[in-house]
Design a protein around this ligand. Structure first.
Ligand SMILES: Nc1ncnc2c1ncn2[C@@H]1O[C@H](COP(=O)(O)OP(=O)(O)OP(=O)(O)O)[C@@H](O)[C@H]1O
Length: 295
């Protein structure tokens, strides 16, 4: 069969560095595979659609994913990358950075700052259409965030490189508790999950993330300078979402989908608040590892 993306690459500028966006495919995949995150899906699609509609964007696309553990932040970022870059996360133009893995020792911060700057700059020189995923932003040293800042803004050239076509995704649990609390309040007020809007959540996320003196974001100019284009909130998942995750995982592992197993796995996960048990405390994170206990 024809690989449509490869075919289109032959005729299009968009294929710089294995960049072959398939937005319809992405939209479809997000709708089918990601459960319980209507707002995140909508934000991600708005962000990439708007950004890719510009031949010469004025600044790189900067998205910040927020939410508690196991709600799909890493999963959505990997799907997004898969539908933008040939090879997905394995593309040489997609770069992942985790402060704990890459830069574990606070005392080496000066050296880390230099390496990080050279790393981003070198990758952008190789390809302006690069994507950078920064995990665990809440654990990132503010000094390191300062190094990233010049790459996120609208200046035409930084260190001799045009970087305005790059995509930056920041992932963190910061604001997760506030998102959970707001979602619970809205649930108690009988508001439909689909109706929860960015306006409902954004002020609480901003306060949690940017007013928190322990947050790396706070001390940096990332927010004052409006460098983040899209805040993407991930809502806590309910029991029926967890069941959907169990079904997907069973199918993916080539196992039979027994309703009793699905129910048992979903029941085995902790839920909050204590009395009502509405939302999964770990999202769908532990689903894959739990399945074998219930087969
Ligand atoms: N909303 C979702 N829809 C479908 N599957 C999901 C969803 N959320 C999580 N999952 C499943 O759970 C796994 C773990 O989720 P993921 O790693 O994306 O969580 P996370 O939000 O990045 O958590 P953390 O903050 O701990 O890094 C995913 O690989 C996916 O299989």
């Amino acid at each position: 069969a024809w690989d449509l993306r490869a075919l289109r690459c032959g005729f299009s500028d968009d294929c710089e560095c294995g960049f072959g966006p398939d937005l319809r495919g992405l939209e479809c995949e997000l709708a089918v595979s990601v459960v319980g995150q209507p707002l995140a899906r909508q934000q991600v699609m708005r962000a990439v659609r708007g950004f890719l509609a510009e031949q010469n964007p004025l600044k790189p696309l900067v998205m910040s994913f927020h939410g508690s553990t196991g709600t799909g932040k890493t999963y959505v970022s990997s799907l997004l990358i898969r539908y933008l870059f040939q090879g997905g996360l394995r593309s040489p133009f997609v770069h992942q950075f985790s402060p704990i893995v890459h830069f574990p020792h606070a005392e080496h911060i000066e050296q880390y700052k230099e390496s990080l700057k050279h790393w981003i700059q070198g990758n952008l020189t190789r390809c302006g259409r690069s994507a950078f995923l920064f995990d665990e932003m809440d654990k990132m040293h503010p000094g390191l965030i300062d190094v990233i800042l010049p790459f996120l803004g609208p200046s035409w050239v930084v260190y001799g490189t045009n970087y305005r076509k790059a995509i930056f995704i920041f992932i963190s649990n910061a604001g997760g508790e506030q998102i959970n609390a707001m979602t619970l309040d809205l649930w108690r007020a009988r508001r439909d999950r689909e109706e929860i809007s960015l306006q409902d959540l954004e002020p609480a996320i901003a306060r949690a993330v940017f007013d928190n003196p322990h947050s790396g974001f706070w001390k940096s100019g990332i927010i004052n300078e409006s460098l983040i284009d899209f805040v993407v909130p991930f809502l806590p998942l309910k029991h029926h979402h967890v069941k959907q995750c169990v079904v997907s995982e069973l199918v993916q592992q080539g196992l039979e989908v027994h309703p009793a197993v699905v129910q048992e796995v979903a029941d085995s996960i902790p839920y909050f608040p204590e009395e009502e048990k509405i939302f999964s405390s770990t999202g769908c994170k532990t689903v894959a590892s739990r399945i074998s206990f219930f087969l």
